[in-house]
Design a protein around this ligand. Sequence first.
Ligand code: KIV
Length: 293
Amino acid sequence: MSTLSEPAGQKARPAGERAGTATQWPADRRITIRDLQAATDRGERWSMLTSYDTLTAGVFEQAGVRALLVGDTSAELVLGYPDTVPVTMDELVPMVQAVVRGTRTALVVADLPFGSYQAGPAAAMANAVRHLKEGGAQAVKLEGGRRVLPQVEIMVGAGIPVMGHLGLTPQSINVLGGVRRIQGRGDAGDELLADALALEAAGAFAVVLESVPAALGRRVSDALRIPTVGIGAGPDCDAQILVWQDMAGLTTGRLPRFVKRYTDTRGRLLDAALRYVADVAERRYPDQAHSYS
Ligand code: KIV
């Protein structure tokens, strides 16, 4: 929690913001965008993670992650592409279906991949409808601010919950000239705030803020009524999201400063696989206990 004094903002920030009580969340139905807004209104921080398959989705739901994003980061982390640009709707929809099948209460947000909405509102509508009808998602996410308002408006008008995504928008890697880490410094912060306000006015139910200074994360969070979902946007966003493989230590190499690794999944998996290979080579597996009589 920030120690800065509270600026006047639209959001009530109860003194000593309290940790959420699980009883406020439904146990027998899917969480809705209204539940997320209600949690934000009562000052409760909630979590999102990415998920692309049934088993991780179930684990994260059991842990109290309220919403799961079937992100286009699956392009790199599941499908092995160099960035998020190549992934298609046909590749994402089966992952959305898997995450929906593995959960009962989590809200499932499906990413609209590059090329699925940029052409205009009709394309956005058609692909969002696929995510809801074929995939079973309850919401969609797209990147961009004022430039995608017609898309947001038509989807919201059709009853499709839309999450915005501002700051670092990886689908624009080819104009950014690589994935630059920090967005929204200086005057760009005013532009980002204007984009966030425009998304809210167009009916978006939440906005992801990726890789922006913490002060801007707070400024946008204070200005919006809808929840902000931070990923590298400081401690004052209303919710947080991480890519699960980063959170769980499956990804390797130098990760952005905002990533906190909560375990060493890669090390544990490697250790298990090494021991399995050695057991097979040295005829310790399968032993009698793992054989049929
Ligand atoms: O696709 C994704 O995983 C995302 C998150 C990084 C927010 O957009």
